[in-house]
Design a protein around this ligand. Structure first.
Ligand code: DON
Length: 584
C-alpha cells in the first residue's frame, strides 16, 4: 500500500527531516514582491507554478509536491485533506465533513461540493431536550447523539472523480497520509497545545487516550512521536477499496458500535446511504469583483454576500481600515445578517432558503437604510428582516491553486477541537460533534452562541447549518482571491475582513491576514475585537453604544491572491505550524 508516489521521491523522509524540497519555494525563501502596498509590514509567499496554503506544514508540502509532479489543484487538495486528517487531528478528519469550492479553469465553471455530515435516520426534533423540555447541550456536544454521519471520504472521492486531473488515483493521494499515520511524526507546538486543551475530553474514551495521551493520561508533549496505526489501517482500506471501505464493512461497523456505545443511535444504513452532493455556488458582486462562495447548508456564502451588499453603499476606503467608523458599519451590517441567519437558514433539502432574496442588492438597500452611522443599534431590538419572497423552487481551511488557474477552497471540520473527543474503537478515526450546529431549541444558543429556529431544527437525514465559507473571488472572470477560515460563527466575518482588507484597503494578502479582526453576530450583543485595536478606536466604538469585548484571536485564514506576476499566499500566524508553499 505504501505506493510508488512516496517511495520514488522519499517524500516522507524529507518531510520528517524538515528539509525543503528543492523544487518548492517556501515562505522563508520567497522573494518579497510588494505588489499592492507600497510599504507592507508583512510579505506574502510568492510563486508562479502553483500554491498551497494550509494550517499544517507537512500537509502543505504534500499538496505542493502533488502540484509539482503535475497534479491539478483538486488532486493536491485531496492529498492535503487526507494528510491533515493525520497531522492536524483536531480539525483535519475523515470522521467529519465540510465544503469545497472548485474552479476548473478549462470549463470556466465553479461548483460547490457539500460533504457536510447528516443526522442519522433516527434523529428526532426534540433529541436535545431533557424531560423538562429544556435544551441539554451536553447531549449534542459530548455524546454519540451529537455525531453526524461523516462526509469527508465521500466528498474527496467525488471531488477527485469529477474534477481531478485523472493522473492520480485516490490510493496514490492517500499514500503520504498513510505513511505519516503509520510511522508517526513529531508533535509540534500547535499539536501539543491543542492536545493539552482537549486532554479531559479525550481521556473519556479509551481508544482516544491510547493514541493521543501518554500512559499516565497526559496529553502527548511537544517532541513526542504521534503514531496512528489504526488510522493508517483505515486509510489503507480506503486506498484499496475506495469509499465503500469506509461506509460499509468493518470500519462502518466499528463506527456504529462506538457511536452507539456513547449514546448515539446510528445504523449501518445511515453510513451506506450517505452521499456527498454537488451544489450550485452562491454568487454576488462587490465593487467590481465577483464573489463565489458556499450555498446552504452553509450560511457562509449567503451572509458574506449579504454583508458586502450592505457595505457597498458606504465608502469604507475613505472610512479607513479598522477605524471606528468602518468597524461600526461592519458590526451593524453583521448584526442584521446574523439575525436573518437565525430565521431563514437551514438544509436546503428540507427547508426553502430565500438565497436570492437574502443576497439581492435591493434587500441590502432596505437593510442599509436601518443603519445609523453614529449609533449602535441594540441587538435585541433587531428582528430578522423580510427578504424577497422565497424563490420557487476547530475546523480548518486550505486553499490550492495550480499553474493553469484551477482553484480549490476547502473548509472541513470535526466541529469542536477533536470533535466529540472519541476515536471509534479500532479505526483510529476521531468522530465529530457536528450536530451541535442544529438549533437544539428555538432561541437557545449553540456552542458558538448562535441561535436558530425551525429552519435549523434537528431532523432525520438533515444537515445542520454551518458558517463555513470557502470562497473564491473573481476579477475579470479569473480567480483573484482564494480564501477561507475556521472559527465557528466568526468564520463569516473573518473571511469578510480578508476580502475587505484586500479589495477596499489595498493590503497585500499577508497584511490582510495579519490585520486585527473584529466580530459581531447580533446575539450575544457584543462587539468582539482582537488585541491590537487602539484604545482610541475602542473608546469611539463604546461612545457609539457598542459593548466592546477584547477576546482571543479569531480564525486561521489560508489565502492565495492572484496578481499579474504570479501567486501571493499567506497562512495565518494566529496559529503555530501553518505554511504556504509555492511551486516554481
Ligand atoms: O460548521 C460550522 O459552522 C462549525 N461546525 C464550524 C466549527 C469551527 O469552525 C470550529 N473552529 N474553530
Amino acid at each position: 500500500m505504501m505506493t510508488s508516489f512516496l517511495s520514488r521521491r522519499s517524500l516522507i523522509a524529507s518531510l520528517l527531516a524538515s528539509t525543503a524540497l528543492p523544487s518548492v519555494a517556501f515562505a522563508q525563501a520567497a522573494a518579497p514582491q510588494p505588489i499592492i502596498s507600497d510599504w507592507p509590514r508583512r510579505q506574502p509567499v510568492f510563486a508562479t507554478g502553483g500554491m498551497v496554503a494550509s494550517q499544517e506544514a507537512l500537509a502543505t508540502r504534500i499538496g505542493a509536491e502533488v502540484l509539482e509532479q503535475g497534479g491539478n489543484a483538486v488532486d493536491a487538495a485531496v492529498a492535503v485533506a487526507f494528510a491533515l486528517a493525520v497531522t492536524l487531528p483536531r480539525a483535519g478528519n475523515i470522521g467529519g465533513g465540510g465544503f469545497m469550492i472548485v474552479h476548473r479553469a478549462d470549463h470556466g465553471q465553479t461548483k460547490a461540493i457539500d460533504f457536510r455530515e447528516t443526522a442519522p435516520a433516527s434523529m428526532k426534533k426534540d433529541v436535545y431536550l431533557n424531560e423538562k423540555g429544556e435544551a441539554d447541550l451536553n447531549r449534542s456536544q459530548n455524546t454519540g447523539l451529537g455525531v453526524g454521519i461523516p462526509g469527508t471520504v465521500a466528498g474527496m472521492a467525488l471531488a477527485l472523480e469529477k474534477y481531478g486531473s485523472g493522473k492520480y488515483t485516490l490510493a496514490r493521494l492517500l499514500s503520504p497520509a498513510i505513511q505519516l499515520a503509520a510511522d508517526g511524526f513529531l508533535v509540534g507546538d500547535d499539536l501539543a497545545f491543542s492536545l493539552k486543551q482537549a486532554e479531559t475530553r479525550l481521556r473519556r474514551f479509551e481508544a482516544s487516550a491510547r493514541i493521543f495521551l501518554t500512559a499516565d493520561g497526559a496529553a502527548l508533549p511537544r517532541g513526542a512521536n504521534l503514531q496512528q496505526v489504526d488510522l493508517a489501517r483505515s486509510l489503507s482500506a480506503i486506498a484499496a477499496d475506495g469509499p465503500k471501505a469506509f461506509y460499509e464493512g468493518p470500519i462502518a461497523e466499528k463506527m456504529v458500535a462506538s457511536v452507539n456505545a456513547a449514546g448515539g443511535n446510528w445504523t449501518l444504513a445511515d453510513l451506506k446511504n450517505y452521499r456527498a452532493v454537488e451544489r450550485d455556488v452562491v454568487k454576488g458582486a462587490y465593487r467590481g469583483h465577483e464573489i463565489v462562495s458556499m450555498p446552504p447548508p452553509s450560511s457562509g456564502g449567503v451572509h458574506l454576500i449579504q454583508i458586502l451588499n450592505i457595505l457597498e453603499g458606504f465608502d469604507l476606503k475613505a472610512a479607513g481600515q479598522n477605524s471606528a467608523d468602518s468597524i461600526h458599519l461592519f458590526a451593524e451590517a453583521s448584526k442584521l445578517a446574523y439575525a436573518d441567519r437565525s430565521e431563514y437558514l437551514g438544509d436546503p433539502d428540507f427547508v426553502q432558503v430565500p438565497v436570492r432574496g437574502l443576497t439581492s442588492k435591493k434587500y441590502a438597500e432596505t437593510l442599509r437604510a436601518q443603519i445609523d452611522p453614529a449609533k449602535a443599534r441594540p441587538g435585541p431590538t433587531i428582528k430578522p428582516g423580510k427578504p424577497q419572497p422565497f424563490e420557487s423552487d476547530q475546523t480548518t481551511h486550505f486553499s490550492v491553486i495550480d499553474k493553469d488557474g484551477n482553484a480549490v477552497a476547502c473548509t472541513y471540520t470535526l466541529n469542536f477541537s477533536y470533535g466529540v473527543g472519541m476515536v471509534a474503537d479500532g479505526t483510529g478515526i476521531l468522530m465529530n460533534n457536528e450536530l451541535d450546529d442544529f438549533a437544539a431549541k428555538p432561541g437557545v444558543p449553540n456552542a458558538y452562541g448562535l441561535v436558530g429556529g425551525d429552519a435549523n431544527a434537528p431532523g432525520a437525514g438533515k444537515r445542520p447549518l454551518s458558517s463555513m465559507s470557502p470562497t473564491i473571488v473573481f476579477k475579470d472572470g479569473k480567480p483573484f482571491l482564494v480564501t477561507g477560515s475556521p472559527g465557528g460563527s466568526r468564520i463569516i466575518t473573518t473571511v469578510l475582513q480578508v476580502l475587505m482588507n484586500v479589495i477596499d484597503h489595498g493590503m497585500n494578502v499577508a497584511e490582510a491576514t495579519e490585520a486585527v479582526r473584529v466580530h459581531h453576530q447580533w446575539l450575544p450583543d457584543e462587539l468582539r475585537v482582537e488585541r491590537g485595536l487602539s484604545a482610541d478606536t475602542i473608546r469611539l466604538l463604546r461612545a457609539r453604544g457598542h459593548k466592546v469585548e477584547i477576546r482571543q484571536a479569531m480564525g486561521s485564514t489560508q489565502s492565495i491572491l492572484l496578481t499579474k506576476q504570479g501567486f501571493e499566499g499567506a497562512s495565518d500566524l494566529r496559529q503555530a505550524g501553518t505554511l504556504t508553499a509555492g511551486v516554481r
